[in-house]
Write a protein that binds this ligand. Structure first.
Ligand SMILES: C[S@@+](CC[C@H](N)C(=O)[O-])C[C@H]1O[C@@H](n2cnc3c(N)ncnc32)[C@H](O)[C@@H]1O
Length: 469
């Protein structure tokens, strides 16, 4: 999760504006939320009554005077136990009461290869503390973490479940993530074997679970990533302006309220501006109507194109340094499309690099490609950023994109229909995952439809005589 160094000061915001803004967003969200998403909450979890006193003792400081731990349909959650106003500090956890990669046992540290990342190191800490059981100094925290079978990240989905999201790039990302975790496990295994008395039979599945716990509840910190007890009981709302802030000077992580709360209300924060694919992979949930949804599309240059090598060569040379939202490979390019808010606007959401790619793709002669290369050199070095001089070619370039996207929409629609008719079983886990797959695919197809509408409008309304640039 992203953590921001302290920059936002909500106490400077006029409260009425923040509150009004939030109420409007909440209304919009509630309007679009399905009835089965309505929250069932219990704002005090008796099993956690000892948690905050324990943490405050460990921290040697007050962590929160306005929040309590309770249960919502998102699992454990934080609730207002007093009236809170926008700008108030919700919680403050000193770095000393957080778990960072520095907490890896000194005898294990030298055995961890340099390539082992911070998430994997934190997973090792969790495994060690779990093995210690009640004698762990972190026992009250470790014992409250979700158990095996309670996480829904797609890395835990079986083949049949993964099949539901085959249409999305998340399918491949899940396979890649699983491979990454396995690589980390193999890199750490010598340490597990060396300390076999501590890590009695840590299997890959145990490591994967610990890894997923960290991925779903660690924030970026000075030491790479840290687990922040108590703060990590807060659930996500993509529209919230409250984020975990990192105050280096005071050596604390803190969260400031972005709006007013009455006692009993669930307090939600924003983990980041994440699309459902990322929420599902790293956190194991989806947000219906997620405004950050995006789709990764891959465009190939056909093998039977005589100019294929020249086009790829040109794209690779002129797209460097790497542009955000695009990746040119030896077979074509991958691009991230976001929702295009207006079909008549500037097309924000469709990366310029994708439009440039399709302009190169539709060139029909070596001369046209050379002209584009010369234009790039004379400009800022980037290729095909301006409309092609030949109107028919410019429209063709966008029609190619339009047909690619329309084809994708059809495939998404088929996958969504298949999900709707999937036999409902009594298995709760499967029902949850099917709903997540639906949220993912419907969000991605919404993005594609918005791009399609924009491209259609662009092609239809492209002027006969393009204005000279
Ligand atoms: C940082 S933890 C938050 C505390 C967590 N609910 C618990 O029981 O410990 C993140 C996890 O909470 C759940 N969660 C957070 N926000 C959610 C949301 N908006 N919808 C559904 N689940 C959510 C997911 O299981 C996620 O992996």
């Amino acid at each position: 999760m992203g953590s921001t160094t302290r920059a936002v000061n909500f106490s400077n915001f006029p409260r009425s504006v923040l509150t009004l803004y939030h109420h409007l967003l909440v209304r919009l969200q509630q309007h679009s939320a399905s009835p089965n998403r309505l929250k069932v909450s219990k704002c005090r979890d008796e099993n956690c009554d000892d948690f905050l006193p324990w943490l405050e003792k460990k921290a040697g400081a007050q962590v929160s005077s306005v929040l309590s731990i309770g249960k919502s349909d998102y699992g454990r959650s934080l609730f207002a136990c007093k009236t809170i106003q926008a700008g108030d500090c919700l919680l403050k956890v000193p770095f000393t009461a957080q778990i960072s990669p520095d907490n890896v046992l000194p005898e294990i540290k030298p055995l961890l290869a340099d390539a082992v990342g911070t998430v994997a190191k934190l997973a090792v800490v969790i495994l060690v503390e779990q093995k210690k059981g009640q004698s762990s100094e972190w026992a009250p925290y470790i014992s409250r973490l979700p158990r095996h079978g309670e996480l829904h990240s797609t890395i835990f989905w079986c083949e049949n479940e993964l099949e539901m999201i085959r249409q999305s790039s998340l399918y491949q990302e899940t396979i890649n993530q699983e491979a990454k975790i396995r690589k980390d496990y193999l890199a750490i295994k010598p340490a597990f074997d060396h300390f076999s008395e501590v890590f009695k039979a840590v299997k890959f599945e145990d490591f994967k679970h610990a890894y997923a716990l960290v991925a779903s509840r660690a924030w970026e910190s000075m030491q790479g990533q840290s687990l922040i007890p108590f703060a990590d009981f807060s659930n996500h709302d993509g529209l919230s302006e409250s984020v975990v802030l990192c105050d280096e000077k005071e050596q604390v992580s803190e969260v400031i309220a972005d709006r007013d709360y009455v006692p009993g209300e669930e307090v939600l924060i924003r983990y980041g501006k994440f699309p459902n694919s990322m929420l599902l992979l790293h956190f194991g949930f989806t947000a219906p109507c997620n405004i950050y949804d995006q789709v990764c599309v891959h465009v190939d240059i056909p093998y039977n194109d005589n100019l294929r090598e020249m086009k790829l060569d040109l794209l690779q040379k002129c797209c460097l340094p790497k542009v955000k939202d695009a990746n040119i490979s030896s077979s074509g390019g991958s691009f991230v499309i976001k929702e295009v808010r207006s079909s008549r606007g500037k097309g924000k959401g469709i990366p310029q690099s994708l439009r440039a790619f399709s302009r190169v793709l539709c060139c029909t002669s070596a001369q046209e490609l050379t002209d584009l290369a010369v234009e790039a050199v004379q400009g800022d070095g980037r290729l095909a950023r301006r409309p092609l001089v030949k109107r028919s070619l410019e429209i063709r370039a966008h029609e190619i994109l339009l047909s690619l996207i329309d084809e994708l929409i059809q495939k998404y629609n088929m996958s969504i229909s298949a999900l709707h008719v999937l036999e409902s079983t009594n298995c709760r886990k499967f029902a949850i995952r099917r709903q997540m797959a639906l949220d993912l695919l419907t969000g991605e197809v919404r993005v594609l439809r918005s791009a399609s509408a924009w491209l259609k409008n662009y092609c239809e309304s492209y002027p006969e005589q393009a204005k000279p640039l």
